[in-house]
Design a protein around this ligand. Structure first.
Ligand SMILES: [Zn+2]
Length: 181
């Protein structure tokens, strides 16, 4: 992954105890993960990393503003996000690809960690499942009409193909009967 070095934390040089970091993420950060759903965005992520001999305890506080598309009217929708996530990373002799809820493992020999994948994942997890304008009157009414029209036509086309299928299956039945004779 390109230019994500700035999200690498060389934790071996950090003091034990609490260490604070701050990151600002914009659209280009998400594009490196091929995520293009955000028309625009700006995130501020504060990370409190508590280092001990046996693990890293990372607490992310995410504040974000995203412009995405409304699921109902497909017009621009501005979302304000605010969320917190915790990630524990335990040092082990042999690094394992085991994921146990919020626990991950890192080899005792490792000395740095790239947190870009966590930043990416947690920002996306902060998005609401349903992205719609809060009030229906805030939606783009013109777009809704166009979408409804489109859905109606699509339904009609589907009905037509269904009719054709029925006719086809009747022909099949007829052929079957003929063959039996
Ligand atoms: Zn809308």
């Amino acid at each position: 992954m390109k230019t994500l070095k700035e999200y690498t934390i060389p934790f071996s040089s950090l003091k034990n105890g609490k260490n604070l970091f701050s990151f600002e993420l914009n659209r280009s950060f998400f594009e490196t993960f091929n995520w293009e759903e955000f028309i625009d965005c700006s995130f501020k992520v504060d990370l409190s990393l508590i280092k001990s001999e046996t693990m890293l305890d990372m607490n992310f506080t995410i504040l974000g503003e995203v412009i995405s598309l409304c699921d109902r009217c497909m017009d621009n929708l501005k979302l304000k996000l605010n969320n917190e996530f915790r990630q524990l990373i335990k040092f082990v002799e042999n690094e394992q690809d085991v994921f146990k809820d919020e626990l991950e493992f890192l080899s005792l020999n490792s000395y740095e960690i790239n947190i870009a994948p966590y930043l990416f994942e947690y920002c996306l997890l902060s998005m609401p499942k349903k992205k719609i304008h809060q009030k229906i009157q805030d939606c783009n009414q013109e777009n809704i009409q166009i979408l409804e029209q489109y859905l109606l036509t699509k339904e009609k086309v589907n009905e037509k193909t269904k009719e054709n299928d029925e006719i086809d299956s009747r022909w099949d039945k007829l052929k079957e009967l003929k063959n039996k004779k």
